[in-house]
Design a protein around this ligand. Structure first.
Ligand code: MG
Length: 163
């Protein structure tokens, strides 16, 4: 891989249903509803996984971690991030920084954003100041605005590691 810098983009959305935990960035956010999904439904970590894979053009989360595979039933999503980060490293690259946005109507994520960023920084061996987690509501618009879904988008920059 000859480029010294590469960018990866990830997006994910999950329906919110009762009797599921709301995991975001590896942090359990107290809420009456949580993300429906085969794994723990952590859409922020799923978007991060796709961003890491995208940065080295290594496919997407569905190719690497099939939702038909019982291994991943209720799996903690940090395992996907760790495996994608290993793949990035195997291609001779290392993450530089992460910028993420979570789209959720409620609860407000202000009290949880720092913990999410710290968790992501720890997973990727990054300085805490190299990870940004932002939160937006949808101003009541669409299924996310109605409280029926949560989404996340993530961009990650990777650089070719020194030989
Ligand atoms: Mg997902």
């Amino acid at each position: 891989m000859s480029d010294s810098l590469r960018v990866g983009l990830g997006f994910d959305v999950h329906r919110l249903v009762e009797e599921r935990p709301l995991m975001l960035g590896g942090v359990a956010v107290p809420h009456a509803k949580g993300a429906e999904g085969h794994s723990d439904g952590d859409c922020l970590l799923h978007a991060l996984t796709d961003a890491l894979l995208g940065a080295v053009a290594a496919g997407d989360i569905g190719e690497h971690f099939s939702d038909a595979d019982p291994t991943y039933a209720d799996a903690p999503s940090h395992a996907f991030v760790t495996e994608a980060a290993d793949l990035v490293a195997n291609r001779g690259c290392a993450p530089v920084n992460v910028d993420a946005t979570v789209f959720l109507e409620e609860p407000r994520l202000l009290p949880f954003k720092a913990a999410m960023a710290e968790r992501i920084a720890a997973l990727l061996n990054l300085d805490r100041r190299s990870v940004s987690v932002k939160a937006k509501t949808m101003e009541g618009l669409g299924p996310i605005g109605a409280g029926g879904a949560v989404a996340a988008q993530v961009v990650v920059l990777v650089r070719r590691a020194e030989p």
